[in-house]
Design a protein around this ligand. Structure first.
Ligand code: MV4
Length: 669
């Protein structure tokens, strides 16, 4: 086995690979761009090397820089992760030439699967079923039009060099064919510099089912069952699961055998995925082969109990696969949701910013990989989501004995996820997970499009419960701030040390305005002898509230509920019942009022009182100088925050004071 490997990637997959390497006693070398100097994968690795500036072309895609880093660090092998250099045949070749093991298939295997029509020809020879179609060299319009008629409409025109749906055209009749062909060729030329197309029968409601395969250098190839990745939007996977719902044992054997045959046909080594497109009745056709470890590999790990990165390392080090086909078993069901920094309601536009608050669902650390819930993430609180890279925040993976159990766990986990600082798709994922079609496993690639109304409901206004939580949080924060100041003053008799601080406010009330987009909510909390009363936009409730271990416990007119609140500047983020609302406290409201209510003045920093300018009982105007403090070799004059009478002066010239000390007290004149 290797003593040291370099991970030529970033984010969650770099962290994922490092975790397994560490568990095997293999030392790890991270690489990073300038944007990732402080990233989680860098912190986790034993050592790290800079590649270059933030843009991927100048860092993670720079094969020369990666190889140089591996050589300098003395790494024996390079794990490419997914994306970046993972399916770059030239890079795999360069590794070989440099005497560094590329943890993946041979350059020849990568190249063989890179071209769609060449791959199809190879697969046809290996007896792997293909969608009826034409994938030959002839590209003249008349010939292809005749092929379309032979195949039968509707047909799909696809770019040979394609991927991601570029250069794809559905053609429903012979009359439309010529124009559609021209369009597809033009798009393919522009996108890939290669105008060649192939033609297939068009499947109306297909599923995307892929088979995980593994090969070793001793000629063994096995499959690790299938994943269903039908839930996509614009060719981006959103939810993935294993096994595929409705899969029969017989069909699984057939698809597994076809996938193994595909891998054997190109002498495949390492982890690979054979993608099939399937009809609703289960008939399946080869689409393409991905010659890397995939984003969604954890669902396979959860149903097989295996560590696929460990297998990759074993195979790359020349060892045989640890298990034969007959020894592989699957148990239960796993579903993965990809958590992204994006705005689903704005066409899934990526959202950038700093992760001000990040709280993954309970029981979801990577160590718990064999537990029922797993989170793979490459970011921590305080990290930034930048425009330079894929904005994935985490993968949330739930396991259960049955699909329903896994799905229930996934829904609950999504409701617990808290992210502040960027917009996310967490609530959108929750809506898919609760949708009729997904719940019933009525899967096909058009699910998201068809469930539009269910997945994009009109934005609902905050409930009174949310506003109650925000108001209580704001009150508690103000009270704590005051208590902290009192604590710093060292006065054990300060009323703010009393836990029943509410009583201090008897007869008073606090008013807040919370903005929610365009809407403004007016909230008032009244302190009455019978307890707190809450007024929300004119509606009134008896309010009770307390801080529990990790949340706020509230009740409105006796109806109890829990909420978690997070402050980010003026924004209170309320997480309640699986919903996330942002309520912006209007600036004119709170802090000055809180100070005035306190009626005392605090030292802004530790220092020495050098002059007292007023006497007890003096009436002062707002802004009047009261006391001079010397701190950090400078003088600070403390002025009256409002008009009033000086009730008490707590210090004399020469006294040392701590930061936050209440220097004097003001009362109404
Ligand atoms: C198809 C198809 C229907 N019929 N081929 C889209 C990207 C490329 N990898 C394959 N794609 C498709 N090929 C035939 N003959 C429908 C799709 C397709 C799709 C496939 C898998 C997952 C999501 C998809 C979304 C739209 C279209």
């Amino acid at each position: 086995m290797f003593g040291k490997i370099l991970i030529a990637n970033r984010g969650e997959i770099a962290c994922r690979v490092i975790a397994t390497a560490r568990s095997l006693g293999i030392r790890t070398v991270a690489v990073y761009s300038d944007a990732d100097r402080g990233a989680r994968h860098v912190a986790l690795a034993d050592e790290a090397r800079r590649l270059g500036p933030a843009p991927a072309r100048e860092s993670y895609l720079d094969g020369g820089a990666v190889l140089a880093a591996a050589r300098e660090a003395g790494a024996e092998a390079i794990h490419p992760g997914y994306g970046f250099l993972s399916e770059n045949a030239a890079f795999a070749r360069a590794c070989q030439a440099a005497g560094v093991v590329f943890i993946g298939p041979s350059a020849v295997a990568i190249a063989a699967m890179g071209d769609k029509s060449a791959a199809k020809a190879l697969m046809a020879k290996a007896g792997v079923p293909l969608v009826p179609g034409y994938h030959g060299d002839r590209q003249d319009g008349d010939f292809l039009a005749r092929e379309a008629v032979r195949i039968g409409f509707p047909v799909l025109v696809k770019a040979c060099a394609g991927g991601g749906g570029k250069g794809m055209r559905v053609v429903r009749s012979g009359a439309e064919f010529a124009a559609a062909l021209e369009g597809a060729q033009r798009e393919a030329q522009a996108a890939f510099g290669d105008a060649r197309v192939l033609i297939e029968r068009y499947l109306e409601r297909p599923r995307h089912i892929e088979v995980q395969v593994f090969g070793d250098s001793h000629g063994n190839v096995v499959h690790l069952f299938e994943r269903d990745c039908s839930v996509q939007r614009r060719h981006q996977k959103v939810l993935e699961e294993a096994p595929a719902p409705g899969m029969t044992a017989g069909r699984r054997r057939e698809m597994g055998a076809a996938a193994v045959a595909a891998a054997q046909a190109i002498g495949y080594t390492g982890a690979g995925t054979v993608e099939f497109i399937t009809e609703q009745d289960g008939r399946f056709y080869f689409m393409e082969m991905n010659t890397r470890l995939q984003v969604e590999h954890p669902v396979t790990e959860m149903i097989t109990g295996l560590d696929l990165v460990r297998w990759q390392l074993l195979v790359a080090a020349g060892e045989a696969l640890p298990l034969a086909q007959g020894e592989l078993q699957m148990r239960g069901h796993a579903i993965e949701a990809r958590v992204y920094a994006e705005r689903p309601e704005k066409g899934f536009l990526p959202s950038t910013g700093t992760l001000r608050h990040l709280r993954a669902p309970h029981g979801a650390e990577f160590d718990a990989a064999r537990g029922p819930l797993r989170v793979d993430s490459g970011v921590r609180r305080g990290d930034a989501i930048t425009p330079h890279y894929d904005p994935m925040i985490a993968k949330l993976i739930a396991w259960g004995e049955t699909r329903d159990e896994a799905l229930a766990r996934l829904r609950a986990a999504l409701e617990e996820y808290e992210i502040v600082g960027v917009a996310t798709n967490v609530q959108f994922l929750g809506r898919i997970a609760r949708s009729k079609a997904f719940s019933a496993a009525h899967l096909d690639t058009g699910l998201i499009e068809r469930a539009r109304d269910e997945l994009f409901p009109p934005q609902q206004a905050a409930a009174d419960e949310d506003l109650a939580a925000a108001a209580l949080a704001e009150l508690l924060a103000e009270q704590e701030q005051a208590a902290a100041l009192a604590g710093a003053s060292g006065d054990p008799h300060s009323p703010w040390h009393r836990v029943d601080g509410w009583r201090l406010n008897l007869g008073s009330h606090h008013e807040f305005s919370f903005a929610e987009g365009e809407r403004v909510h007016r909230v008032a909390v009244h302190f009455t002898p019978a307890g707190l009363r809450l007024e929300v936009d004119g509606r009134e409730y008896a309010l009770a509230g307390e801080r529990t271990r990790d949340a706020l416990g509230l009740s409105l007119d006796g109806r109890a509920f829990r909420a978690r609140v997070v402050r980010d500047g003026p924004d209170w983020h309320v997480f309640r019942a699986g919903a996330h609302r942002v309520l912006a406290l209007r600036a004119e409201q709170a802090p000055p009022e809180a100070d005035a209510a306190l009626g005392s003045l605090a030292a802004p920093m530790p220092g020495k009182v050098i002059q007292v300018l007023v006497a007890a009982g003096a009436e002062v105007a707002k802004g009047a100088p009261l006391l001079v403090l010397e701190a950090m070799k400078m003088e600070h004059t403390i002025t009256a925050p409002r008009a009033g009478r000086v009730k008490q002066i707590r210090y004399r010239p020469g006294d040392q004071v701590l930061e936050g000390a209440q220097l004097l007290e003001l009362e109404d004149a």
